[in-house]
Design a protein around this ligand. Structure first.
Ligand code: FES
Length: 194
């Protein structure tokens, strides 16, 4: 016959064993999650602090004049929208410093097959992908030429309290479909770089 103390010891051992297995399982699950969870501090998917806006405008006067600012780390063009519109229209650019809502970050990966979109084409102030000729206006919106199905994709842009411009590449915002444009420059829609 089993005495009460033997049963208690067995029960205790079972519990210790159960707790050990439970802890091991937790450790395994936790380790797996930690391994799988993205911890992105650089490369696409990260958040990039570009510069304080006044410093950026001073360091890149062309950006103040409407030209895209190429920010390589985020593979993006930062666009100063009011100044860019004026530049593409051929107006004298006298835009005040942009606010957060005036900034757009265009991903340089072409939405057709992923080639890198080159710098702005000087002659028509448009972007033209060299791979298959897809053409975009200065805001990255798709024009007639080329097979890309939509405008250049974008990333969210924020301006922090101290004026630092931040590009958040954690989410890709798809460009508008071909033909949907918010801005028309003076050139025919089917014209690319010359
Ligand atoms: S990859 Fe740009 S047009 Fe084909």
């Amino acid at each position: 016959m089993l005495d009460a103390r033997t049963i208690t010891r067995r029960s205790f051992m079972r519990r210790v064993l159960g707790a050990g297995v439970g802890l091991l399982s937790l450790e395994f699950v936790g380790g797996t999650l930690a391994f799988l969870w993205p911890n992105i501090t650089e490369g696409l998917g990260a958040t990039f602090r570009v510069a304080r806006l006044p410093d950026l405008l001073a360091a890149d006067p062309d950006f103040a004049r409407g030209y895209p600012h190429s920010f390589t780390a985020a593979r993006s063009f930062l666009i100063n929208v009011p100044a860019a519109r004026a530049l593409a229209r051929g107006d004298v650019v006298q835009s005040p410093p942009p606010s957060a809502t005036d900034l757009v970050a265009l991903w340089r990966k072409c939405p057709h097959l992923g080639c890198m979109v080159p710098d702005l084409c000087e002659s028509v102030k448009r972007f033209e992908c060299r791979c298959h000729g897809s053409t975009f206006n200065i805001l990255g919106e798709k024009l007639e030429r080329g097979p890309a199905p939509r405008g250049m994709d974008r990333f969210a842009v924020l301006v922090e309290r101290d004026g630092t411009v931040v590009i958040d590449t954690s989410q890709v915002l798809f460009g508008a479909p071909e033909g949907v444009v918010t801005f028309t420059d003076p050139h025919p829609s089917n014209v690319g770089c010359s």
